[in-house]
Ligand binder design. Structure first.
Ligand code: PAN
Ligand code: ZN
Length: 195
């Protein structure tokens, strides 16, 4: 890895970067245990392990002082009433923040912290979202047909803790409803006393 300035281009309307160092794909099987309708999840998975989201990453050292940037694309879809979403995580170095910039689509970021606060913020083109230190975050695509595309920037030393969310889930789920979406309690969320 060289230490020279880096650029990449995000050409509309697809907003896939002009080049990248790593391209990660996550499909339904990577999200087992996270959707509330487990029977529907199994039915869908038995038909096809559909692509749910993709991430394009640019490599920089994973150390304090560096910033990691990339593009996240959550495809449209639902498991039952629940919209397609990322796994979601706390940062392993808990006290690290992140900035998201929405380039395309419509969705929300579901967030919570270990103190019991939660928040759901809308993502729409042109919107910047600051995720403060200590807040777990998951992006959700609430559109019927369009990708949700965001640019993210986070500290090089942040790391990812997926295990906590895999075990306890998020407090809130995002479901289809009469409005654009409905914020519902997640029945699979594990309260602190059960962990
Ligand atoms: C993002 C996420 C990306 C994919 O780069 O990693 O949107 O989501 P998961 O990591 O939850 O699978 C980020 O928040 N990095 O810290
Ligand atoms: Zn993050």
């Amino acid at each position: 890895m060289n230490d020279l300035p880096l650029t990449y281009d995000l050409a509309f309307p697809q907003v896939v970067p002009s080049h990248w160092d790593a391209h990660l794909t996550r499909s339904l099987s990577n999200l087992r245990g996270q959707f509330r309708d487990a029977a529907e999840f199994d039915r869908m998975l038995s038909r096809e392990d559909s692509l749910v989201y993709e991430v394009y990453e640019f490599h920089r050292p994973h150390i304090a002082g560096e910033l990691l940037t990339g593009i996240s694309i959550v495809h449209p879809g639902r498991v039952g009433e629940e919209f397609f979403m990322t796994k979601g995580h706390f940062h392993a170095e808990l006290v690290t923040a992140e900035v998201y910039y929405c380039l395309k689509g419509q969705g929300v970021m579901v967030m919570e912290n270990p103190q019991g606060d939660w928040a759901v913020e809308e993502l729409k083109p042109g919107r910047v979202l600051y995720v403060p230190p200590c807040w777990a975050h998951r992006s959700v695509n609430t559109a019927d047909r369009e990708d949700l595309v965001t640019l993210f920037i986070y500290p090089g030393n942040a790391g990812h803790d997926y295990g906590t969310i895999e075990q306890q889930g998020f407090r809130k789920s995002i479901l289809a409803g009469e409005e654009k979406y409905v914020i519902a309690d997640n029945p699979r969320w594990m309260p602190p006393e059960k962990r």
